[in-house]
Write a protein that binds this ligand. Structure first.
Ligand code: GLA
Length: 396
């Protein structure tokens, strides 16, 4: 059933494609290139903006940027990425104190502009570049963080200096780009894992202290299956902001800075002060933070059975208490759980469409793909993924 899997393009092939387009568009050879991965979150959903734990890994699905410095004070950017809004080419000036950049249309360019505007590594030259990406747009696997971190890494390559800026600072600069230029009040998970991920490891991130712990994920008998529902319900952006506000309100009512400081006992004590929705939102976050730490320990001990159970608990809590799942994601999870050799499955990312993540035995993959495809009312896309490398510069 290998034919059911979507092939994951090699970075070299994406680079070749971008180089050909660069030459066609700008009439010369690019000199500089960088790439940054999307991510899948194994567990720890809607916990990052509550100062909690998340447990993502970097995907082999990446954004590649190739380009070259120019003598002009212009940034000229062409994207070949599928699924972005038109036009696929923009020009904007290198920002200065007197003429800062502002977000606008097309929307995809706001991620690039936002990073250019928040770049910490010194003054920027003008540049031409081409972007290409294998991270599905709107798939809940951080195509936006991949373009932000890809742009940041490309700019580091272009200026030839990282100016002692730490990885944390770079991730925060990319998050700011998303807040200010894309208007999405995201947490820190996506930019962090794109900058810090490691091959064959998942990363437990404490979103309060920003401490990270790498956990090996390289058992040849176990794989991560990412299944794209190929639906995206456009309520996601507004619902995300609403959830964030509900969590902040819940913490406030309980007299806390964030839900990270709450436990189940405190929640029950405050139940009468919280409306039902806020109570359930807080119950998800408090339970999910605990599950995420437990799951990282389970993975460290190769306890896939426990890890899988925690994934399913996470999904149920996101569906019932946090209410960010949808019929399509529920169907995919249910179908996956019916297959022998599947340890666990859950929705991943912000919700309301996008992908599920499933932990299963390698030899169960063919049966899982066939069964999920048969049971799902839509058309899924499957990616069998190994934990991959963080963003890095590429040699052309
Ligand atoms: C989106 C955000 C992340 C995180 C997840 C939910 O992907 O960008 O910061 O909040 O949703 O876990």
């Amino acid at each position: 059933m290998a034919d059911l899997q979507s092939p994951i393009p090699l970075v070299e092939d994406l680079v070749k494609q971008a180089v050909i387009s660069f030459k066609g568009k700008f009439g010369c050879e690019p000199t500089t290139a960088a790439c940054a991965p999307g991510r899948v979150n194994l567990i720890g959903e809607h916990t990052d903006y509550n100062d909690g734990f998340v447990f993502p890994m970097a995907l082999p699905l990446v954004t590649v940027i190739v380009g070259k410095k120019t003598e002009s004070q212009q940034c000229r950017v062409l994207t070949l990425t599928e699924g972005v809004d038109d036009p696929n080419y923009v020009e904007f000036p290198v920002p200065s104190e007197t003429s800062p950049l502002a977000p606008g249309t097309p929307k995809w360019a706001n991620y690039v502009k936002g990073v250019v505007a928040n770049y910490k590594g010194g003054s920027l030259p003008g540049f031409d570049c081409v972007i290409v990406s294998s991270v599905p747009v709107g798939g809940g696997v951080s195509s936006s963080a991949a373009i932000e971190v890809g742009t940041y890494t490309f700019l580091d390559q272009l200026t030839g200096s990282e100016n002692g800026i730490s990885k944390n600072e770079k991730a925060l600069a990319c998050q700011k780009a998303e807040h200010v230029f894309a208007g999405a009040p995201c947490g820190i998970m996506d930019q962090f894992i794109s900058i810090m991920g490691e091959t064959n490891h998942a990363l437990l991130i404490d979103c309060r202290s920003l401490d990270c712990r790498l956990v090996p994920l390289k058992d040849p008998n176990v794989v991560i299956l990412v299944t794209n529902s190929n639906v995206k319900h456009n309520i996601e952006a507004s619902e995300y902001s609403t959830r964030r506000a509900q969590c902040e309100n819940g913490a406030k009512v309980m007299g806390l800075t964030s839900l990270r400081d709450a436990n189940e006992k405190q929640l029950e004590e405050h139940k009468s002060n919280l409306d039902d929705v806020t109570y359930r939102r807080a119950r998800h976050v408090i339970g999910e933070i605990k599950r995420t730490e437990e799951a990282a320990n389970a993975l460290e001990n190769n306890n896939y059975k426990l890890f899988g159970e925690l994934m399913v608990q996470s999904h149920n809590s996101l569906r019932d208490d946090f209410e960010v799942s949808c019929t399509e994601l529920d169907q995919l999870v249910e179908a996956a759980m019916e297959v022998e050799g599947v340890y666990g499955s859950r929705m991943t990312g912000g919700g309301f469409g996008g992908c599920t993540v499933t932990l299963l035995k390698r030899d169960a993959v063919p049966a899982a793909l066939q069964h999920i495809k048969k049971r799902y009312s839509g058309t899924p896309t499957f990616y069998v993924c190994a934990a991959s490398q963080a963003a890095h510069g590429l040699t052309l």
